[in-house]
Design a protein around this ligand. Structure first.
Ligand code: C2E
Ligand code: CA
Ligand code: CA
Ligand code: CA
Length: 275
């Protein structure tokens, strides 16, 4: 291809245009996607390092688009947040996961991601309470995963909201720990039940010295604060050995399983300890 000049500009422009169109298209079709049953939840197991049993599963949203096939959440959730559609979609997710978990053995919990937009919505507490009671789920089996970006600041309002959710009997996990700005401040002001280390800190284990230092520090922090510690994105045997040696409670990663449709995850839970 020719470098530079008008041709390059035109191609770039065309690519930008196509991307913008795809974005617009997604915005429009997402409006009916929920009613048309195009969203589905996949579940990825969290495995106890002690027993190798599945302790819970994280629900991960997928959009089965009629023309585009399966769309990943990284592609459509930002758009759903922009339009506000994440609120009804998120309420549906909460209902689904509670129903799903109620079909699993009592010791298996379910984790669900909350978007900052959902968190700011005045009906969040009610949406969670309704989902739990409709499914008659023991609330202690529901874990809400919240990132630092959800909270943004340690405001009284945010802490109050976390407290209200906690009073429903659900568990609160700090997700993507270490990737935001205020993780440490938050751990001081709110007693999370669990800390989840983001997979960006696992990727270059066991060689990465900096990552290892961080992962080790978080494991220690969790232990001294009495919070469960989970590490996500474990793919290799060496990574598993490393996080095991650091004393994490649970592991989530491709080494045990990719996210699976509900029917397959039920089988995996029933099959007993993994590896
Ligand atoms: P997350 O909360 O950090 O979820 C973990 C992501 O890491 C998932 O990606 C999962 O498939 C992936 N993962 C887990 N283990 C491994 C591994 O060993 N290797 C690799 N390469 N990846 C691994 P996924 O499903 O694409 O979800 C991406 C993000 O989308 C999630 O990140 C979460 O922030 C968001 N998301 C997913 N479902 C929902 C939802 O229902 N509501 C909201 N608000 N956000 C959601
Ligand atoms: Ca998560
Ligand atoms: Ca996340
Ligand atoms: Ca993550």
């Amino acid at each position: 291809a020719k470098a530079g000049g008008r041709g390059t500009y035109r191609r770039f422009n065309a690519a930008m245009h196509a991307q913008l169109q795809a974005h617009q298209q997604m915005k429009l079709t997402m409006r009916d996607a929920l009613a048309r049953g195009q969203f589905e939840l996949h579940y990825q197991p969290l495995v106890s390092l002690q027993t190798r049993h599945v302790t819970g599963c994280e629900a991960l949203l997928r959009w089965r688009h009629p023309e585009r096939g399966m769309i990943a959440p990284s592609e459509f959730i930002p758009i759903a947040e922009e339009t506000g559609l994440i609120v009804p979609i998120g309420a549906w997710v909460l209902q689904q996961v509670c129903l799903q978990a109620s079909s699993w053995p009592e010791h298996v919990s379910v984790a669900v991601n909350l978007s900052p937009v959902q968190f700011k919505h005045p009906k969040l507490v009610k949406a969670v309470a309704d989902a739990i009671s409709a499914a008659r789920l023991n609330p202690a089996r529901l874990q809400l995963e919240i990132t630092e970006s959800v909270l943004l600041d340690e405001s009284e309002h945010n802490l109050e909201l976390l407290q209200q959710l906690r009073e429903l009997g659900v568990k609160i996990a700090m997700d993507d720990f270490g990737t935001g700005y205020s993780s440490l401040g938050y751990l001081r002001s709110f007693p999370f039940d669990k800390i989840k280390v983001d997979r960006t800190f696992v990727r270059d284990l066991p060689e990465g010295k900096e990552s290892l230092a961080i992962v080790r520090a978080v494991a220690g922090l969790g232990q001294s604060l009495g919070m469960m510690t989970t590490v996500e994105g474990v793919e290799t045997e060496d990574q598993l050995k490393t996080v095991n040696a650091e004393g994490f409670d649970e592991v989530q990663g491709y080494i045990f399983s990719r996210p699976l449709p509900a029917s397959e995850i039920s089988k995996l839970i029933a099959d007993g300890p993994l590896r």
